[in-house]
Design a protein around this ligand. Structure first.
Ligand code: HEC
Length: 122
């Protein structure tokens, strides 16, 4: 039992000190990146112009989702499929490849600031 407590404590501590991907992005920069003339204009072609009306039901709505969740998701696609905590998706793995850390946070902040039809409890 004591052994178990030690393992538990170590786990809790390592979580507490793990580098946090805090979504402290810049909303305006994220908006510019996703705009029709932005570096990542392509995103709207699947997720919808308002990021709330994806072109098929199989594509997720992004508007109003928690920014920290979105930033985490983008990083997971970037870490890619080969890792246990990566996300494998041929399209999204390619989409995030040219994104910087700041761009992921800015995009997440902007998407999270948009009006949502998904239900979120912040
Ligand atoms: C060709 C269509 C397409 C394009 C273009 C596209 N996406 Fe996606 N996106 C998808 C699909 C399909 C999924 C769901 C993938 C999965 O199941 O993991 C997804 C998932 C996501 C997710 C995860 C959502 C969640 O709820 O977990 C985020 C965030 C995201 N996309 C952001 C973007 C951004 C930012 C761009 C532009 C750089 C982009 N997408 C471009 C189709 C697309």
């Amino acid at each position: 039992m004591e052994q178990f407590s030690k393992i538990l404590a170590a786990g809790v501590l390592s979580c507490a000190f793990a580098p946090l991907a805090l979504a402290s992005g810049n909303v305006n920069n994220g908006k510019a990146l996703l705009a029709p003339d932005g570096k990542f204009a392509v995103c709207a072609s699947c997720h919808g112009k308002d990021f709330n009306s994806p072109i098929t039901d199989a594509y997720p709505k992004l508007a109003g989702q928690h920014p920290d969740y979105l930033a985490h998701a983008l990083r997971a696609y970037k870490r890619s499929a080969n890792l246990a905590d990566g996300r494998k998706h041929p399209v999204m793995n390619g989409m995030v490849a040219p994104m910087t850390e700041d761009e992921m946070d800015d995009i997440a902040a902007y998407l999270g600031s948009l009006p949502a039809t998904i239900e979120t409890h912040k």
